[in-house]
Write a protein that binds this ligand. Structure first.
Ligand SMILES: [Zn+2]
Length: 98
């Protein structure tokens, strides 16, 4: 795997290009829902974000999601996404703690 070409993706918030695996894919699965697509298999308009909380907060604050998905993102969808992020961060911290 290591020697294969690594596709780069751009973080929606900070604009830094990184290998796909270092970013998280977001998918707007319905008008009311934006999901974290951990396996990068979901259909729908997507975008990538760094794992850093700063980038997630930027997305929360500004109209970045709206631009990425070219449509409005409801407050509810945003809240769900944030909850998913927090949960995921908690889970990652537990599972990957040294
Ligand atoms: Zn970023």
């Amino acid at each position: 795997m290591r020697s294969r070409h690594v596709p780069l993706r751009t973080c929606l918030a900070c604009g830094v290009k990184q290998p796909q695996r270092l970013l998280v894919r977001l998918v707007r699965s319905s008008p009311e829902r934006v999901e974290i697509d951990f396996k990068r298999v979901k259909r729908g308009r997507g975008g990538y974000l760094c794992h850093s909380r700063e980038c997630w907060q930027r997305v929360w604050d500004k109209g970045i999601l709206e631009r990425a998905f070219r449509s409005s993102v409801s407050a509810q969808a945003r809240e769900n996404l944030w909850a998913e992020y927090m949960q995921w961060q908690g889970i990652v911290a537990e599972n990957e703690a040294p």
